[in-house]
Design a protein around this ligand. Structure first.
Ligand SMILES: *[C@@H]1O[C@H](CO)[C@@H](O)[C@H](O)[C@H]1NC(C)=O
Ligand SMILES: *[C@@H]1O[C@H](CO)[C@@H](O)[C@H](O)[C@H]1NC(C)=O
Ligand SMILES: *[C@@H]1O[C@H](CO)[C@@H](O)[C@H](O)[C@H]1NC(C)=O
Ligand SMILES: *[C@@H]1O[C@H](CO)[C@@H](O)[C@H](O)[C@H]1NC(C)=O
Ligand SMILES: *[C@@H]1O[C@H](CO)[C@@H](O)[C@H](O)[C@H]1NC(C)=O
Length: 477
């Protein structure tokens, strides 16, 4: 009880120190591809996603189990219509009405659906999908209008960079005129309905296919020298920005200045065939971490500084049934058993590592992981459920009447579960992340912890680390 009160004081102090958590800005989402036979159930995935504070998820169909799993969560979904359905949806309005009535309306608004992507990368699709895509989009929009949801759910379609005939220099960006027959009416549709132009972008492929021409650090947002666009004088330090600006310039050239761009896929594989030397966990971690920082910071691009740009990372899981080179099956941030392929912080604020700032008191390399007293109850509960479930921690000791049940509060139960998981998983930084609710410490909590001494441990610990805590709070806001 007293420990809870102390936690409340800390929480109140943290409110004081909190800077205004400003404005909407750009967001990071994730693609939940399911081309695999070993993935966790959608319910487990919905937990995992929330544990990592991911609020935006793209799926490629309208699978019922997935839509249900995200019901009553804060997660916003982008739902997809596969290319194979475009013909039918384009033929008759009633087909689109029926699709909406059966696939979306039963789950909405409990499940927050904010975008429908009608077709995906149609220029890469063999089945004449590009001929049907705009009529299908129009019918889906009409179906939404009939039920008054066209302002809440936006309709668009995703593209590969293959829609451009030229992407360098960015100012010369231009759409391939062979696609004009469907692209022109699509751009008119997007402008009229304030829908974004959706692009899947992969600097990884540009590097893999021309490693002599594309410097790796330029592809990874870490260019040591800038690339100049001779027409505009704009300086580029990342291929990502150059590709985005190529699309802005292509849109501008056709006089569509108001259409926003959204990146519906980007990422980097962590493993590849022997020839794919850049597909490593280190490069994947660097690409995605730099990307997240770039997006969350609202950096924009050289042509549009500060412009909002929402980005979905590909992909949540490694997908073992994808055909092609080894890298195709290794785009995931998570293995199917829900452990991380590499460390990644989705908030873009950087993991707080108390061991670095606490160097003074650190006697040897031993560290522990406890629950942050400023995490919300819901986040902590999700993290405990995850640790004691998919995380494989034996949580019997914190069940009622077991040795570590008292004091019966979430912070101490979570600390038990977190530390067990942390020690079982090599005491790596990522093993103490828990979506930002875990904190590494350098004093052994269990040294003090007999049941009725636990509170004193917290008090002593918190007092002796008060300055570190304040430091931590400041840096975390
Ligand atoms: C694609 O469209 C062309 C022209 O209408 C037609 O000849 C061809 O059979 C179509 N291909 C497929 C796979 O539907
Ligand atoms: C434009 O698209 C056509 C049809 O897909 C393709 O054959 C051509 O190579 C493309 N042109 C460029 C410059 O990419
Ligand atoms: C964040 O944005 C500012 C200004 O918009 C820019 O100067 C800075 O380089 C950006 N930082 C990162 C990490 O992108
Ligand atoms: C922390 O301590 C280690 C080992 O004593 C030392 O190598 C490192 O530079 C210290 N880090 C900081 C930030 O003081
Ligand atoms: C680190 O310190 C703890 C307690 O002070 C001790 O039990 C442990 O053996 C030490 N570990 C190493 C690797 O020295």
């Amino acid at each position: 009880m007293a420990a809870t009160r102390f936690a409340l004081i800390i929480f109140a102090a943290s409110l004081f120190l909190m800077l205004p958590d400003c404005c909407s800005g750009s967001f990071i989402g994730i693609c939940y591809g399911r081309n695999a036979d070993d993935l966790p159930t959608p319910d487990k995935v919905a937990q995992l996603v929330q544990l990592h504070k991911i609020k935006y998820v793209r799926i490629y169909d309208s699978n019922i189990q997935v839509l249900k799993a995200f019901a009553n969560t804060p997660v916003e979904l982008m739902v997809g219509v596969p290319n194979s359905d475009l013909l039918s949806l384009s033929q008759f309005q009633s087909n689109a009405d029926t699709w909406l009535r059966n696939s979306i309306l039963p789950y909405y608004p409990a499940t927050k659906i904010t975008y429908i992507t009608v077709g995906a990368e149609v220029t890469e699709s063999p089945h004449n999908a590009s001929m049907f895509v705009v009529p299908a989009m129009t019918n889906v929009l009409t179906a939404l209008k009939k039920v008054g949801l066209h302002k809440k759910i936006r309709v668009s379609s995703t593209h590969s960079l293959g829609v451009l005939s030229r992407s360098f220099p960015p100012s010369a960006g231009a759409f391939n005129s062979s696609h004009a027959y469907f692209l022109k009416p699509m751009l008119e549709f997007l402008a009229e309905n304030q829908s974004p132009f959706m692009i899947d972008m992969y600097p990884y492929y540009a590097y893999r296919d021309s490693p002599k021409k594309v410097p790796l650090d330029y592809a990874l947002f870490e260019a040591s020298s800038e690339v100049i666009d001779p027409n505009t004088g704009l300086l580029y330090t990342s291929m990502f920005d150059a590709q985005i600006d190529a699309i802005y310039f292509a849109l501008t050239a056709l006089n569509f200045r108001t259409i926003k761009i959204m990146v519906t896929e980007t990422g980097w594989p962590s493993k590849g065939s022997p020839k794919e030397t850049a597909a490593t966990p280190d490069n994947a971690q660097r690409y995605n971490a730099n990307l997240i920082r770039h997006v969350i910071n609202n950096t924009g691009t050289p042509a549009k500084p500060g412009q909002e740009l929402d980005v979905y990372i590909f992909s949540l899981f490694n997908e073992n049934r994808k055909p092609g080179l080894e890298s195709e099956r290794n785009w995931g941030l998570f293995y199917p058993d829900q452990t991380s392929v590499y460390n990644l912080d989705f908030t873009g604020r950087g993991a707080v590592d108390m061991t670095t700032s606490a160097n003074i008191t650190r006697s040897n390399g031993t560290t522990w992981c406890i629950a942050s007293s400023k995490a919300s109850q819901m986040d902590l509960q999700n993290a405990v459920d995850w640790a004691c479930g998919p995380g494989n921690v034996d949580c019997t000791a914190i069940q009622p009447s077991q040795p570590c049940y008292e004091p019966d509060n979430l912070v101490s139960h979570a600390s038990y579960a977190f530390n067990s998981y942390y020690q079982q998983n090599g005491a790596s930084d990522v093993a103490c992340s828990f979506g930002g609710t875990g904190v590494k410490v350098d004093k052994d909590p269990s040294m003090f912890v007999t049941t009725h001494h636990r509170f004193y441990f917290y008090l002593l610990f918190l007092l002796s680390h008060a300055s570190l805590f304040i430091n931590y709070l400041i840096h975390n806001h």
